[in-house]
Ligand binder design. Structure first.
Ligand SMILES: [Zn+2]
Length: 187
């Protein structure tokens, strides 16, 4: 199981959750059956600068080698894995070989979860435990080269994209999500 605490630098709402998850995971007795890898922040330069993009001005979450990669937009990085952050995250996925990936994001004005790959049932359970409705990928902007496109649709690994309300206090986010996160990790 791989949990990514953030990939857009202006969406730090999941940061506190990454700090709390290890102890909660252990206290829930999950360490005996699950290997949990936490990537605290996939875009540290963006987080430091408070920007969605990395220091090269590239959206990491559009720079993965997905079949729908869009090479025509410079913000997407011109070619897949052109950025050190996307390479590092892909390498982590190759090394960990996860059965489930969850990524924390934030959205202005509403909160929801989205899934790619074989994760419908998981998304429904996460929704019930967290109160975040499930939104189909088609209901928001196209996401060429996204982690969800690459990991979920192309590699067939279940992935949940968790969109909390932008600006929510990080501790409140943890309180909203921790039961759902632990349930998803427990499988
Ligand atoms: Zn985001």
């Amino acid at each position: 199981m791989l949990f990514v605490g953030g990939i857009h630098g202006d969406e730090p709402e999941g940061a506190y959750s990454t700090s709390q998850l290890p102890a909660a995971f252990t206290n829930a007795g999950l360490a005996e059956t699950v290997t949990l890898t936490i990537l605290e922040d996939a875009n540290p330069d963006g987080r430091a600068a408070g920007t969605r993009v990395n220091a090269n001005g590239v959206d990491i979450n559009r720079n993965f080698p997905a079949s729908n990669f869009d090479q025509n937009n410079p913000i997407y990085g011109r070619e897949p894995l052109s950025q050190p952050e996307s390479r590092a995250l892909k390498d982590t996925i190759d090394r960990v070989d996860p059965n489930l990936v969850m990524v924390a994001h934030a959205w202005s004005g509403r909160k929801f979860i989205n899934f790619d790959g074989p994760a419908q049932e998981l998304a429904d359970r996460f929704s019930a435990a967290s109160g975040l409705p499930v939104e189909a990928s088609a209901s928001f902007a196209p996401t060429p080269g996204s982690l969800g496109s690459y990991v979920g649709r192309d590699r067939g690994i279940p992935i949940l994209t968790i969109e909390v309300l932008k600006g929510t206090d990080q501790q409140v986010v943890w309180e909203q999500l921790h039961t759902a996160l632990l349930q998803a990790i427990a499988g």
